[in-house]
Design a protein around this ligand. Structure first.
Ligand code: SF4
Length: 520
């Protein structure tokens, strides 16, 4: 790819450092440049005089990635560190190694150390442990400095003994930052004014984790307990970071912004600094009447809300309750403040769901429209409920493809009957691949190796590739994902320090009254 126009790039003389670190993001540049973990790691590693960090992004299967900073190849670095946000990154990650001439199997490598971290890889490393030498399990900040010290000295064997570091056959305790105010926040953020995503925005992490406990949500259960930065610390971060930006725009990163005890104080101080700011999503909240006006004053023109299901009964099942009168009142305030467009996220296939639950969509959307949002300004996204590791729904079955198709058709018809035309949905087959990789063990690793071979012989990593891979394994799409039983040993049990399996099981059973129905 052509070198993008970026601010705050660090280019170092590789002859003057002792450790060359390739920070690899197995998704396109436009996604990676909007990722706070990439900005943070890049800055922390480059802040050390003895280290150099250059970034790599995925462009196309079979095309060796080159670093943004110098055009160097992955093989020119001592460490290749992958930031894994999502299960669908796995085939791209392996292809970045293969296309760069780096052996994909950990045991076959001699000169590079390949590390992975991020939510999906550290939730369940099993599908990747054949390909990755070392995993950073959980939040990287507590171990990053010690890891770099040892790597600079070439002592990779001792890195294996650090807390939170996992390698095949071992165990590890999940790492957590104790106090967010004490954790480093990226201030000299590398970014491009022209990228998609959050163009020219300063990414500001307000809090980490969420205490709501929605039973499908991996982020919630991995990043417990919820922690928040104080308004004073946030002010200091903005004072230090904004002069490095070419804009006055801030994007707040938090999955539980509305639980922050200093919410109004933080937004007011950003408004008083003359900043434009936005939140990725909002919540039905009783945080006072000031919020919609503050967000509108900060430049926000559209809001995102995730009701997940139109059915009140199913909101109990997933543990995401809200009162529809409160929703209506909340949306009316945003509309009155001048916010005109709305994006809504829904899932189909929540445990115990029936066709009748979909029928609740019409009255719910009717109420949303009555709050003042024009049907043409409403954008809806639907996906199947995807069971994820380390959540109560890790044992849940996935909705069958034909049930999903039927309910989705009904769902779309209700939307179009109300004049809502912008409805996008995920293909059930991709949802199934995601569930397989999130909860998989050795068979998922076998599938990834075969996928890499398929791509190397011209496959495109698409559903056609998955069909061929699964055929070679004697399996097929539609039967790929089978839930674990509650009594089964799960592939990620070597990772300690997560919410105990017994608590997750209790939550699952409480949610839908199931007995052990696993059938792997
Ligand atoms: S509110 Fe959002 S982030 Fe929090 S648990 Fe529910 S889905 Fe996850």
């Amino acid at each position: 790819m052509d070198r993008p126009r970026e601010l705050n790039v660090t280019v170092k003389d590789r002859r003057r450092v002792r450790l060359k670190f390739a920070l690899a993001y197995p998704s396109p540049y436009s996604a990676g440049i909007s990722n706070l973990a990439v900005r943070l790691l890049y800055e922390v590693i480059n802040n050390r005089e003895d280290c150099l960090c250059e970034r790599f992004f995925f462009s196309e299967y079979g095309v060796p990635p080159l670093s943004i900073e110098s055009g160097a190849a992955l093989g020119d670095f001592d460490i290749v560190g992958f930031s894994m946000q999502h299960e669908m990154d796995y085939p791209r990650m392996i292809d970045m190694l293969r296309s760069s001439g780096i052996p994909i199997e950990s045991g076959a490598r001699r000169s590079q150390v390949v590390i992975a971290g991020g939510p999906s890889a550290s939730s369940n490393p099993a599908p990747l442990e054949r390909f990755i030498d070392l995993f950073v399990i959980g939040e990287a900040e507590p171990v990053l400095g010690a890891m770099l010290d040892l790597a600079v000295g070439g002592d990779y064997a001792s890195i294996r003994g650090l807390p939170g570091i996992y390698s095949r056959g071992g165990t590890a305790e999940r790492l957590h930052v104790a106090a967010l105010d004490d954790a480093y926040h990226s201030v000299r953020q590398v970014h491009t004014p022209s990228a998609e995503g959050f163009p020219g925005s300063f990414l500001l992490e307000i809090s980490r984790g969420c205490s709501r406990g929605c039973r499908f949500c991996m982020e919630c259960f991995l990043y417990k307990p919820r922690r928040q930065r104080s308004p004073g610390r946030i002010g200091a971060i903005l004072d230090e970071g904004m002069p490095w930006m070419g804009s006055r725009r801030v994007t707040c990163i938090s999955s539980s912004f509305f639980e922050h005890s200093g919410l109004i104080e933080i937004l007011s101080s950003m408004r008083d600094r003359g900043l434009h700011f936005s939140l990725p999503s909002i919540r039905v909240s009783d945080k006072g009447d000031d919020l919609p006006a503050l967000l509108a004053a900060g430049g926000q023109r559209s809001i995102t809300l995730a009701p997940e299901t139109p059915s009140e009964r199913l909101r109990e099942v997933i543990n995401k309750r809200f009162d529809e009168d409160a929703l209506l009142s909340c949306l009316s305030k945003y509309r009155a403040a001048g916010i005109a467009s709305l994006k809504l996220y829904f899932m189909l296939g929540i445990p115990t769901e029936t066709d009748a639950d979909v029928e609740c969509l019409k009255p719910l959307l009717g109420r949303i429209i009555s709050a003042g949002f024009q049907p043409r300004s409403i954008h809806i996204s639907v996906n199947p409920m995807i069971p994820k590791s380390n959540t109560p729904f890790q044992w849940a079955p996935m909705i069958k493809a034909d049930d999903y198709a039927r309910r989705l058709k009904r769902f779309t018809r209700i939307c179009s009957g109300l004049g809502i035309r912008r409805v996008e949905s995920m293909d059930h087959r991709w949802g199934e691949v995601q569930a397989f990789l999130s909860t998989g063990g050795p068979p998922a690793a076998d599938a990834l190796r075969l996928m890499s071979e398929d791509i190397a012989s011209g496959g495109r990593g698409d559903l056609g590739s998955w069909r061929r891979v699964l055929k070679a394994m004697g399996r097929r799409l539609g039967e790929l994902y089978a839930p674990w039983g509650i009594g089964d040993t799960l592939p990620w049990e070597a990772i300690k320090g997560s919410v105990p399996k017994s608590s997750l099981a209790r939550e699952y059973i409480r949610s839908c009254g199931v007995a052990d129905e696993g059938n792997r």
